[in-house]
Write a new protein. Sequence first.
Length: 228
Amino acid sequence: MVRAAGKTHAESVRFSLEGEIFSGVLPPGAALDEEALARRFSVSRTPVREAMLQLIQSGLVEKKPRHGAIVAQIDLPDMIRLFEVMSELEGICAKFAARRMSQKERQALRALHEESAEAFAAGDHDKYYALSRKFHLMVIDGTYNQELIDTTNRLGIKLVPYRRFQLNYPGQSENNLRDHEAIMEAIVAGDYELAADLFRKHTNVQGDVLAEYIAIGDHKAKQVNSAD
């Protein structure tokens, strides 16, 4: 593995694994074997172990006694509760961002949304999701409140794989884009109450859609198993 400039081996391994978790290459529940990862990244087990500890601390990876590390899994009730909390936090973020973002930052948010629309129209799903996540992060950073930024990102990172997954639900990517446009317009206009309400509803809907998608998938799986 060629180490990125300025990064330790542990950081390079962690960033690579984070990217694969965020992109869905490593789905929730995927096993993470330290020895296999060391071979894959051409490093010793020490930086891999350090990277795993950092991922565990972030909540992206979990490890239980006598069991190996896996990409963190959230059961459905816990996931819904997390989305409920996240919806309130992101609503607050949108409110503060609409008040505090500079004109230059508002223009950047609009440009980001327009780039997302182009990626969606081109059918570039990976780019579209990456830009969609960046949209959320840009709004969060626009609060200029480090405690709020840290708290929201710490919780939000646990939901990243699931947020990507729910975009697979028919029509959800288009709905997501439409929501972002409305949120962006409210923030650019400085309508902080509308921005907060729209973002709160947007995140709540994500949780609802994901729960429905998972429930449908479980039902179909049971039908297939019963037929066998």
